[in-house]
Write a protein that binds this ligand. Structure first.
Ligand SMILES: [Zn+2]
Length: 425
């Protein structure tokens, strides 16, 4: 016997039978006299019943077709389907089950792969275009939900999360470019040879907590405490986003707050604006990279000294003596103008950030000094889905998928899904 043929045929038959049951259920909701009067949403007139009208709906059991009552406004001709409203199915021909699958799969893989996988694994036939449209719609709804929460955090006294107060709350943020369609890049400056841009920057932030250290005194991140927020947006908009998330996570009751960034100007400004009481640390590995670049510039003519000097200065940096590096490097500035200019830039980076490079103190206080969590986030949360070769995103499409992925990586998609039909306000 061809077992696979049998199991597939049985699945098809079972889904078919289920679909017929679902049709009867839907029809019982959609048809019949309402106890309450139906009013026009535009002009508030009482609407008149105008018989029934069939609707096709793609469910996890396949396509179903059912009738539901139609009401029309005698004044302005607006139409309503109270049955669709009761089911949360207004203006859509995809059931909640199908919408959830398309959104979750679409957050994970290309829309072509979503179409293939849903067909293969669930017997649900959708096109890549349809998967894209639905994932975008749900992602957009996720974004609205996130924005509502964020606005609440800005307005109210902080509502502290359940559980014991947070000892140390970390906030990290960074930027990473994703490829965009040409229309989204018009007039933008970038790193292409002709000065144009191929990408736009996603700003990604994360919040996590630390309550303990390991036996060697190294800080340990609380398992499953990391949540993410992000979007392609201005630094100002993103500032409110990450601020709202930190408040939601209990910043108001935290023993101490630490921000870790790469020391870029927008990140410094954001930290000053939204986290003025936090300890702002520049990621040690970024600082060390700048020291390495500096050493290479200063010793261009004497490369045999590069390794030893890099080691000395990296140790200085690690032990909180960035001032030494700045003073010694300034005395070693090379003659050639362009090299001198580049070396000065590296020194200026260290000088500007020296108050955020007290690594000896941070280590004594058992704090993280690296921004590995957000860098991993940029790579996995953003890179894996949004930076595949040949991809080009629209702003709306990218932000929808970013919203979906942030919510899924933060283990909050189910929270969103439960609340998505709740009335706003
Ligand atoms: Zn009307």
């Amino acid at each position: 016997m061809d077992l696979e043929a049998v199991e597939q045929a049985l699945r098809t038959a079972v889904l078919e039978a289920g679909a017929r049951v679902l049709e009867r259920l839907l029809e019982s909701v959609g048809v019949g006299r309402r106890d309450t009067k139906v009013f026009c949403p535009r002009c508030a007139a009482a609407m008149e019943s105008r018989g029934t009208c069939a609707k096709n709906l793609l469910s996890v059991l396949g396509w179903v077709r059912f009738s539901r009552s139609r009401y029309v406004c005698p004044r302005c001709q607006a139409a309503r389907f109270p049955g669709d409203e009761a089911l949360g199915m207004v203006n859509t021909s995809r059931s909640p089950g199908v919408q959830r699958l398309e959104a979750r799969f679409g957050a994970k893989e290309t829309f072509k792969e979503v179409a293939d996988d849903l067909g293969l694994a669930a017997g649900i036939a959708v096109s890549a275009k349809d998967a894209e449209r639905v994932a975008e719609e749900i992602g957009h709804a996720v974004e609205q939900w996130v924005q509502r929460e964020c606005a609440e955090q800005r307005r109210a006294d902080p509502v502290l999360p359940d559980g014991p107060p947070v000892e140390t709350l970390y906030v990290e943020f960074d930027g990473t470019g994703i490829p965009m369609v040409p229309a989204e890049l018009a007039g933008r400056k970038g790193k292409q040879p002709d000065g144009s841009a191929k990408t736009r920057e996603v700003k990604l932030g994360c919040v996590f907590t630390q309550i303990a250290c390991d036996d060697a005194g190294r800080p340990i991140r609380d398992p499953a405490s990391t949540t993410f927020v992000g979007a392609i947006e201005s630094a100002e908009q993103f500032g409110w986003r990450i601020y709202g998330e930190a408040r939601r996570r209990g910043m108001g009751g935290a023993g101490q707050v630490v921000t870790i960034t790469d020391g870029a100007e927008w990140a410094r400004n954001l930290a000053v604006t939204h986290f003025p009481h936090a300890e702002h640390i520049v990621d040690f590995y970024h600082a060390a990279e700048h020291v390495t670049r500096l050493v290479k510039l200063l010793y261009e003519r004497n490369p045999k000294f590069i390794d030893a000097q890099r080691e000395r200065w990296t140790t200085d940096l690690y032990e909180g003596r960035v001032q030494n590096v700045i003073a010694q490097a300034s005395a070693l500035l090379p003659k050639p103008r362009d090299v001198m200019k580049d070396a000065r830039k590296e020194i200026a980076y260290l000088a500007k950030n020296k108050d955020r490079m007290k690594y000896d103190q941070y280590r004594a206080r058992r704090l993280f000094i690296g921004s590995g969590v957000i860098e991993a986030g940029c790579k996995h949360l953003i890179g894996h889905r949004l930076k595949q070769s040949g991809m080009e995103w629209t702003l709306r499409g990218a932000n929808a998928i970013i919203a979906l992925r942030c919510t899924i990586f933060s283990r909050r998609f189910e929270d969103f899904w439960e609340q998505r039909l709740a009335p706003a306000g």
